[in-house]
Each structure stands twice: as C-alpha cells, then as structure tokens.
Design a protein around this ligand. Structure first.
Ligand SMILES: [Zn+2]
Length: 432
C-alpha cells in the first residue's frame, strides 16, 4: 500500500551503499535462523580420503571481484574452491570479469551458477525460474564456463525450484543455510545444506567448528563466503581470518574439494531457453548493479535535472521506482527494460507475435505520464523511442495500459516517462 510521500526527494543514483545493502540482505548469511541438525550420517563413500572421509568445500557467492584474491590464497595452498557467479554480471563494475574467471578455472577452481539476477526462485513463476537458472547457465556456457553446480540466491529453495535446477542440467544446488552439515552422499543434491555464511561476525573458532563437526561425522562441510575485506559489511570476511582458516585447514586430515567434484558426474547439456515473454524484475525488487538500478532495467536520457531512485512506497514487494524531473524536456529520462539480446528484453506478443503487445504499469505521479517504447529488429538493431498517450497525475495507485501498434519485433523495451516536470513512482510492470 502507498504510504505518505517522503518530501518528494529522490535519492540520486549512487550506489556503493545500495550494493552494500544488497549484499547484506543478499545471501541470507549471518542471522539466518539455524535449522536442527540433519541427524546422524550414514557412512558416505569409502574413506580413502584423508580425515576418514570428511570433506570440506569452500564456496564463494555472487562473483565479487575481490574473490580473485581469495582464489589466489586457495591456489597457493593447493586448494580449489567453487565460485557461484551471475553470467549477467561478468564484466560489471566490482565483479569478476571473464579473464579473471578463466584464470581461476585454469587454476582448478569451479565456476558455478547463481541465477541471472540473484532471484529468489520460490517466488517466481516456473517459466521465469527457467530463464533465471537455465538462462544463466547458458550465459556461462557462452562465456566458456561449463557449470555443474548451482547455488540458490538467499538460500531460498523449494521442491519446484530444485526441479528447475535439475532440468537446467546442474548436478547440484546449494540450498538451506544454518544446518549442521551435509553428507558426502547427500539425501537431496538439489538442496545441499550449509552452515551459516562466514561473515564479519564469524570467529575463526566458529569457522573451524564447522569443519571439526564434519570430521566428527565423516560428513561434508560446505562453507559459504562472500566479500573479502576487513570491516566492509556483514558478509565481508577479514583476510586474516580467511588465510588463518586456510592454513589451519591445510594442517588437518580433511579433503578440500569443489562441490562439483564431491557430487561427481559430467556436465549435462544446457536445455534451450526461450526469450522471456514477460517483464523480468517487473516489481523492481532486485538491485545489484553498482549504480543502484534494478536488474534488467536501464536508465536512458540522464541529465542534471533528472533523477531516479528506488523508494519504499511500493505497491507490491519492498521497492518501487521513482523518477523526478525539474528541468525542461521531462520525457528525456527513461527507466526502461534493458535493451539487450533477449536476456532481459522480452519478446512482445508472447505466444502470438501478431497480436499487439499490452503494456501496463501501476503508478502515482504529480504530473501526467506516458509510456516510452523501443523495439529490436530481428538483426538486433533497436529503434528510436516512441511515446504513447498521456495518463493523468494521480495521488493513489492507478494502472496505465497501452497497446501500441508496433512493427514485428524480436524484443521490446519500455518504461514510463513524465510528460511535464514533476515526479512519478511506478511498480509492477507487465507485458501481455
Ligand atoms: Zn548470492
């Protein structure tokens, strides 16, 4: 529901802070409630392993650039880790790029998948789950990485999400956090249990205890790490603690192996993924970009007198988007679906391409608004923007819909723009 406005101030698009918040909320790390122990383990595979069969996997989420240093620390000690990355964020500011990932893979580290947009899978329609999971795996393959292992963002998993991860060709999915540990022959490889993430508040003794517990039960400890720095947020691990843990591990009789190697099995083919027929991140809930923009959305036509920010006056979910324009040319600033090859930009018309697409969005505004639309031709060229009819200013949530006559298009991008100076808040885009 709408709450009273916040003085009309839209924060400028800046976002180290937003990234930090996203990361803190990100993987549901420290603070995730513990779940009861999985109980006594049956004997895993025969114990030719050191440590009588106990295994440790060191896993790293989100493809953050500083993880390259963690990979190097592992390599120097003859260890390999599993890095769960987003195909869509390779090359993005603050994230590992393709060359870094390739170097890590050559050093024996495993590159796994983590969805395209850090999506909370159980909340999504199965079609969108497939795009998030299979699309991400296809994206990694296109970058040269054959991913066998997957990790659920926010540790959010249910049976349906697990089925999609399996269908997309992954051999495992790292799931629930807060468990005592996992077996080396897991009961459900699509919901691998982990202890809580190793973060800023984790002590070396606590991290060691995860390993000791696995040794005791001849089980598997899957340790979860995110950022690498002292005092950079709840999920940042202090380099001194990290290297201390690795040195301690090296002296233990326990095998350190990648998740893919513990689970075993070859990489299976990636099933074909169709371009979406719906708007991804339509409620503007996922924010991972450095610039504080919602995933799969892009800001076009920036200027000194126009700003975009997310606000908590959401119609659904946690966030809505707000644009504010004080200068002339109010329709210049557009938050619109990212103009890409179909990873974010949907196919208009869904199942029936001949049908005019129906665009809709919920909004409140102090000035009239209109849709701005651009389409992609089959050869990948995006058209100029066209704008639709005006919708009136409204203090309460109102749905705007428009069925533009468009040429046959392979992709569509659209958003809402102001028709006069003022501000507009929007949420829950849809394409039908
Ligand atoms: Zn994550």
């Amino acid at each position: 529901m709408m709450r009273p406005g916040r003085g009309g101030q839209v924060r400028r698009v800046v976002a180290a802070a937003v990234v930090a918040v996203a990361l803190a909320a990100g993987c549901g790390g420290p603070g995730t409630p513990p779940e009861p122990s999985a109980g006594p383990t049956s004997a895993g595979p025969a114990s030719a392993e050191p440590g009588g069969g106990a295994v440790v996997s060191l896993t790293f989420d989100d493809g953050l650039r500083r993880q390259e240093r963690m990979a190097r620390e592992l390599t120097e000690r003859g260890m390999a880790g599993t890095f769960y990355v987003h195909s869509t964020r390779v090359q993005a500011d603050g994230y590992l790029d393709r060359a870094q990932l390739a170097r890590m893979a050559r050093a024996g580290h495993e590159i796994g998948g983590h969805t395209r947009t850090h999506a909370r899978l159980p909340e999504l329609h199965p079609d969108e789950q497939r795009r998030e999971v299979c699309g991400d795996r296809a994206g990694l393959a296109a970058l040269g990485f054959t991913a066998r292992s997957f990790a659920y963002p926010f540790h959010a998993v249910d049976a349906a999400a697990g089925a999609v991860v399996k269908e997309c060709g992954y051999n495992s999915g790292r799931g629930r956090a807060g468990a005592a540990g996992e077996r080396t022959a897991p009961a459900d490889p699509y919901n691998l249990k982990t202890p809580l993430s190793v973060g800023a508040r984790t002590t070396l003794a606590q991290a060691q205890e995860y390993v000791i517990a696995a040794e005791r039960r001849k089980g598997w400890a899957i340790l979860v790490f995110h950022d690498y720095c002292a005092g950079c947020g709840p999920l940042g691990v202090d380099p001194a603690l990290f290297t201390g843990l690795l040195d301690w591990l090296k002296g233990r009789a326990v095998a350190v192996r990648t998740v893919g190697d513990v689970i075993g099995g070859d990489a299976r083919p990636v099933p074909p993924v169709r371009a979406p027929s719906i708007v991804l991140n339509a409620s503007l809930e996922n924010y991972f970009g450095k610039e504080g923009l919602p995933d799969c959305w892009q800001l076009y036509g920036r200027s000194a007198t126009a700003a975009f920010g997310r606000v908590a006056d959401a119609r659904s979910g946690r966030w809505a988007g707000r644009i504010e324009v004080t200068g002339s040319d109010p329709a210049r600033l557009r938050l619109a679906i990212k103009q890409d090859d179909g990873s974010c930009a949907p196919r208009p018309g869904g199942q029936a391409p001949a049908r005019p697409p129906g665009l809709s969005v919920w909004y409140t505004s102090t000035a009239p608004v209109r849709f701005a639309v651009s389409t992609r031709s089959g050869d990948g060229v995006w058209s100029g923007w066209i704008t639709g009819p005006e919708f009136p200013a409204t203090r309460t949530w109102r749905q705007a819909t428009w069925k533009p006559r468009l040429p046959d298009a392979a992709g569509i991008s659209f958003g809402l723009v102001l028709a006069a100076p003022g501000q507009a808040t929007f949420d829950d885009f849809a394409l039908r």
